[in-house]
Ligand binder design. Structure first.
Ligand code: SF4
Length: 221
């Protein structure tokens, strides 16, 4: 009996990403989330939309054709651990594909750290940096790499420890957070990065001043 190739629900793929980890990266966003953080800015990624299904190998083909530089891969969502089989298939392939190259793998999860350690201990074998815990709207500040300061940044490899040492997170990645990328597509405007409190409202206001009306916004859906 032949097994079907693994698939995943993909919200979007983007390159280059320059504000969600070390230097220049590829971004892979899973579609689908059951964490439901209050104040989530990516509510469009919550539904498990079957139309977003892609073979994991197709995502790998996209990764494989990216130009240099590629210093890392950031995986976010949605909630990647809501698709555990797809996540494991993706991480296994990325791990083999990067080989000895210094391409770090940073994973965002809105799940509690204790839950991840208990149920997803295998992440440590693939991921260099894990950022965990739900987003807390009331506590949101300008902390580096994270939307709210309750979220934890942990490294699981020598590469991760070298690129994300706790004592440099504030300086190096704090500066990054001030730079939100805006990607204009076919009738859509997407942001890449973690906005600072007030950024999205300011973006909407500035666009309205220029006569551009947003009919649906993922942080107000
Ligand atoms: S912040 Fe992330 S984990 Fe939380 S609801 Fe939004 S997509 Fe889900």
């Amino acid at each position: 009996m032949s097994e079907h190739p693994p698939t995943m629900l993909v919200s979007r793929l983007h390159y280059p990403v320059t504000n969600l980890g070390f230097r220049t990266r590829a971004g892979i966003w899973f579609q689908g989330c059951t964490v439901y953080c209050r104040g989530c800015i990516a509510r469009d990624t919550w539904p498990f939309d079957p139309a977003r299904e892609q073979p994991v190998d197709q995502v790998m083909a996209w990764l494989d054709q990216l130009p240099a530089p590629l210093d890392g891969i950031t995986i976010s969502g949605g909630e990647p651990t809501d698709q555990p089989g797809a996540l494991l298939a993706l991480l296994t392939r990325i791990h083999a594909w990067r080989g000895a190259r210094e391409i770090d793998l940073l994973l965002y999860s809105g799940r509690a750290t204790a839950h991840l350690d208990r149920e997803f201990g295998w992440l440590r074998g693939y991921v260099d940096v894990l950022i965990s815990e739900p987003f807390e709207l009331a506590a949101a500040t300008d902390c580096p790499l994270r939307g709210s300061p309750n979220q934890l940044v942990r490294t699981f490899s020598e590469l991760g420890a070298r690129r994300y040492p706790p004592e440099t997170l504030d300086a190096d990645y704090g500066r990054q957070r001030a730079h939100l990328s805006v990607v204009v597509g076919d009738g859509t405007i997407q942001t890449v990065g973690i906005p600072l409190p007030g950024d999205l409202a300011a973006l909407r206001t500035r666009m309205a001043e220029r006569g551009i009306e947003m009919t649906r916004t993922s942080w107000l859906m």
